[in-house]
Ligand binder design. Structure first.
Ligand code: FAD
Length: 333
């Protein structure tokens, strides 16, 4: 296809949000192109072996789930192109949206765009983290993986609201013990949450250690489990070894939206602001879906739901593009 031949819709990022949006767009017979920067489409869920909270499946591997989603989308005629990082987006005078690929390697044009580039968990970068993440013993999401740690001992790392809330959640529902570390003496979380943490800690088996950092996650001999973690008190420099079954890192997320700064409205952290009822962004013809959206629930099913809503809104937009309104953008859902 030459760059003058426009697609009806181009979807940026082929994770669950993009795939769900692509399914609905392709079934509506829109000429749909899906662009993925990696060699393998699928997004974050490809990293996990067991998904237990996607409706309709007792348990399914992330890879299998994505394979099914991909096959379904392709069956309805959507195109998926890999190794195509979208590096800029602009609205042309003729109203079409132009996407630059791999910093100028080529470009594509479309009547509408759904942005679904996701967000990445911030990693600590300590030795053993990557290896044990692949072995599914390091997690970044308590809702996703808490249930795999029933009656186990986990280390939780972080000091913000999510770290405090999710440590309480893990301790109340699943784990036998949680050792929680934070690099400062004070938590960053809201005081009401910190008070709750201290109130429930003794009862729920939470051992709070401040100010500590995680220095290493040491695998066992066959590399399948964690043998122990090494933590260090940053004031005394004393190191300790703790035997744990899993590590939860709560260091926040970074949306993959740096290339969209100044193009669509975002919050300070880089999440794309949208009308939560229609997924419309501040730029006419541009929708958003999934974990890169402000106030996203950061779950598979909600990412898919966003993609579906965005795709269903295409018809309305194509019927009369002049009706585009960003009313609701910036409002809290
Ligand atoms: C280890 C792990 C376990 C999880 N377990 C669960 C679970 O059990 N249940 C659950 O509900 N959720 C789980 N989640 C969360 C779930 O994976 C996410 O909520 C979901 O994947 C978000 O989908 P998304 O499509 O918005 O983004 P992503 O899955 O992040 O997909 C975005 C895609 O866009 C691509 N991309 C980014 N930038 C560009 C660009 N500029 N150009 C082209 N492509 C781009 C990325 O490479 C990626 O493929 C888990 C997450 C992780 C990491």
């Amino acid at each position: 296809m030459s760059e003058t031949e426009a697609y009806d819709v181009i979807i940026v990022g082929v994770g669950p949000a993009g795939l769900a949006g692509g399914l609905y767009a392709a079934r509506d017979r829109y000429k749909t192109l899906m662009l993925e920067k990696n060699g393998l489409p699928g997004g974050q869920i490809m990293l996990t072996e067991d998904v237990e909270n996607y409706p309709g499946y007792q348990k399914i591997g992330g890879f299998d789930l994505i394979e099914r989603m991909k096959a379904q989308v392709l069956r309805f005629g959507a195109e998926i192109a890999v190794n195509r990082a979208v590096t800029s987006l602009k609205r042309r005078d003729d109203g079409l949206l132009e996407l630059e690929i791999n910093a100028g390697e080529r470009s594509h044009v479309a009547r509408a765009v759904i942005l679904s580039p996701g967000s990445d968990y911030r990693v600590l970068g300590v030795p053993g983290e990557q290896q044990m993440r692949q072995a599914t013993r390091v997690s970044y999401c308590a809702t996703c993986d808490g249930a795999f740690y029933r009656d186990k001992h986990v280390l939780t790392v972080g000091g913000g609201n999510t770290a405090v809330q999710d440590t309480i959640y893990l301790a109340e529902r699943f784990v036998r013990k949680a050792t929680m570390i934070h690099r400062r003496r004070e938590f960053r979380a809201q005081m009401v949450l910190v008070e709750e943490l201290h109130n429930v800690a003794a009862d729920k088996g939470i051992d709070i250690k401040l100010p500590y950092v995680l220095e290493e996650i040491v695998p066992n001999a066959d590399g399948a489990e964690i043998d122990h973690v090494r933590i260090r008190n940053v004031e005394t420099d004393a190191a300790e070894q703790v035997k744990v079954d899993g590590v939860f890192v709560f260091a926040g997320m970074t949306p993959n939206t740096a290339w969209l700064r100044g193009v669509v409205e975002m919050d300070e952290a880089g999440y794309i602001v949208a009308d939560p009822l229609t997924m419309r962004t501040s730029m006419p013809g541009v929708f958003v879906a999934g974990d890169c959206r402000r106030q996203a629930a950061m779950q598979l099913v909600t990412a898919c739901a966003d993609g579906v809503v965005a795709a269903m809104m295409l018809r309305e937009y194509f019927r009369d593009p002049s009706t585009w309104t960003s009313a609701g953008v910036g409002e809290v859902a």
